[in-house]
Write a protein that binds this ligand. Structure first.
Ligand code: ATP
Ligand code: MG
Length: 317
């Protein structure tokens, strides 16, 4: 049984914002960002995307995601600096604007997802030369980096080999080297802290950029939107029996879309029924509470009005 407040919040979700006084607006799939000078206000809405389509909103998703990202930025600040200045509302981060690299840093601890599909089909788009005979969901000896381009809106990200990043001039050699080190360092810290909570950080995506000469991690970190999380208990047994893992991330949505609606990105996306929205919101809530070991205060009500009030209190509006 999911928490009744998830269903009660369905009519109040935040699908878009419009605060011109915050600066110049850029609308991503999930976040609305406002730029003023070198200050960025990132509002994580309740929008849910999959296969590069925005499909619906989920109750409390923006709050859960943003507060979890903020938790991780704090927990990893000793490894790599980040863009966070302040969190004036559960779904808002005020950050330093960075010159964002056009590369997404995906780090993987296990052979799963698209990399498994590539491996099974004999493709090696990242030039990893994985040994033969590996099984689905098998843990790597060491986490691997599988970078991709950060494609403009409407286009899909493209896999990159190590050499291609420099050949294509996407980053300087120095920035490439220090971002790789940062990504692997953050992932090690994330795995350490999640496993202490009985969860496995399976893979994730980082974005980096420069503020002046300083390398900072931007956007979001170790959330169920940009990462896979599995429940540790019983994971090894499931793997040994060739069974699927217990997932607390967006893979639940992708599987529902594929198996219940035959949708994997092509054509018109299907409508998402309210019971599925609540089921998915419950995964985000469970992920938050398991990872942080804290209860999230779910307060049913109008998100936009609350955000506006908090932005005013922080003198941002
Ligand atoms: N500190 C920062 N400096 C500059 N850009 C940032 C910073 N933090 C986040 N961003 C950018 O803001 C946007 C956040 O929006 P969101 O996460 O919704 O986008 P997305 O769906 O991941 O990608 P797209 O922007 O292609 O729609 C991303 O493009 C991200 O790269
Ligand atoms: Mg993003």
């Amino acid at each position: 049984m999911s928490d009744a407040r998830l269903a009660a919040q369905l009519p109040h979700t935040l699908d878009a914002t419009d605060f011109p006084a915050l600066g110049q607006k850029y609308q991503g799939k999930v976040r609305d960002t406002y730029l003023e000078g070198d200050r960025l206000v990132l509002i994580t809405t309740d929008r849910l995307s999959a296969f590069d389509h925005v499909l619906t909103t989920l109750p409390f998703k923006g709050d859960l995601l943003n507060t979890l990202a903020h938790f991780w930025f704090q927990k990893t600040a000793h490894v790599v600096k980040n863009h966070v200045i302040d969190m004036p509302d559960p779904c808002v981060i005020v950050g330093r604007q960075a010159k964002a690299f056009k590369v997404e840093f995906v780090v993987r601890g296990y052979l799963t997802g698209s990399l498994w599909r590539d491996y099974e089909a004999g493709r090696d788009p990242y030039g990893l030369s994985l040994p033969p005979g590996m099984k689905k969901d098998q843990k790597f000896d060491k986490p691997l980096l599988t970078p991709s381009t950060k494609a403009p809106i409407g286009q899909h990200d493209e896999p990159l080999t190590d050499a291609a990043v420099l050949e294509r001039g996407l980053l300087s050699a120095r920035d490439w080297a220090r971002s790789k080190e940062a990504a692997l360092g953050l992932f090690a810290e994330g795995q350490k802290q999640t496993s202490a909570q009985g969860m496995l950080l399976v893979d994730t995506k980082y974005e980096f950029g420069l503020v002046g000469e300083e390398l900072v991690v931007i956007d979001e970190m170790h959330t169920p939107d940009c990462s896979r999380f599995w429940i540790a208990e019983g994971s090894a047994e499931r793997f040994a029996r060739g069974e699927p893992q217990q997932m607390l991330d967006k893979e639940n949505l992708r599987q529902w879309l594929i198996t219940e609606r035959g949708f994997s990105g092509q054509g018109t996306p299907p409508a998402i029924p309210d019971d599925v929205r609540v089921m998915l919101a419950d995964k985000y809530l469970t992920a938050f509470e398991r990872i942080t070991g804290t209860i999230f205060p779910l307060v049913v009500g109008d998100v936009r009005a609350r955000v506006e009030k908090n932005l005013k209190a922080a003198k941002l509006l």
